[in-house]
Ligand binder design. Structure first.
Ligand SMILES: CC(C)(COP(=O)(O)OP(=O)(O)OC[C@H]1O[C@@H](n2cnc3c(N)ncnc32)[C@H](O)[C@@H]1OP(=O)(O)O)[C@@H](O)C(=O)NCCC(=O)NCCS
Length: 151
C-alpha cells in the first residue's frame, strides 16, 4: 500500500471533521456536535497559528489524519509538537498509516533546528492506541496529565 502524507488543506475540512466525529464515538463514546466540529476544524485551516493537519492518502483518498499543535518549551528554547485528533479509517488499520504519519513528523522534528520533540495524550481505556505509541517507541514515563474543563 502506497501512503502519501501531505498537509491538510481547506478542501479536506469535511473529511477531517467526519473523522473527528467517528473518533470521538469510537474511542470515548461521545457524540460530538457536527457543526461545532466543522467550525473547529475550519478554524485551524483558516489560521495556521492554531495548528496544522496532516493527512494520509491512499489512491487519492484520505484514510487517516492528525493535528499538530505547537507548545513553546522555555526549558528547551524550542517547540514541542503535540499530536491530536489521530484517526485512521478502520479498513486501512494495521497497514502502517499512522506509522507513516508519525515518521513524517519525526523526520520533520529531526531536520528542524527549532523543533524539539513530539507529545500526545491518550484516553486511559484506549489500549490499542497505547500499544501503537509504545510500538513506535514513544514513552510515557515522565508525566501524568491533569485537566479542568468548563462544563
Ligand atoms: C490508533 C490508530 C491511529 C493506529 O493506526 P494504524 O494505521 O492502524 O497503525 P499502524 O498500522 O501504523 O500501526 C503501527 C504499529 O502499531 C501496532 N498496532 C497497530 N494496531 C494495533 C492493534 N490493533 N493491536 C496491537 N498493535 C497494534 C503494530 O505494532 C503496528 O505495526 P505492525 O502492524 O507493523 O505490527 C488506529 O487504530 C485508530 O484510528 N484508532 C481509532 C482512533 C484512535 O484511537 N485514535 C487515537 C486517539 S489518542
Amino acid at each position: 500500500m502506497s501512503i502519501l502524507i501531505r498537509p491538510g488543506l481547506l478542501f479536506d475540512i469535511d473529511t477531517i471533521a467526519q473523522f473527528q466525529i467517528k473518533m470521538a464515538l469510537e474511542t470515548e463514546n461521545l457524540n460530538l456536535d457536527p457543526s461545532i466540529v466543522h467550525m473547529g476544524v475550519s478554524a485551524v485551516l483558516d489560521d495556521p497559528t492554531k495548528g496544522k493537519y496532516w493527512v494520509a492518502e491512499v489512491d487519492g483518498h484520505i484514510v487517516g489524519c492528525l493535528l499538530t499543535i505547537s507548545e513553546w518549551s522555555d526549558w528547551r528554547n524550542g517547540t514541542v509538537l503535540w499530536i491530536h485528533s489521530v484517526y485512521v479509517e478502520p479498513k486501512f488499520r494495521r497497514g502502517g498509516v499512522f506509522k507513516a504519519l508519525y515518521l513524517h513528523l519525526k523526520e520533520n522534528v529531526l531536520s528542524s533546528p527549532e523543533l524539539r520533540g513530539l507529545r500526545l495524550y491518550v484516553d486511559k481505556t484506549n489500549l490499542v492506541a497505547q500499544k501503537v505509541y509504545t510500538e513506535l517507541e514513544m514513552d510515557r514515563e515522565h508525566y501524568h496529565l491533569y485537566e479542568w474543563m468548563k462544563s
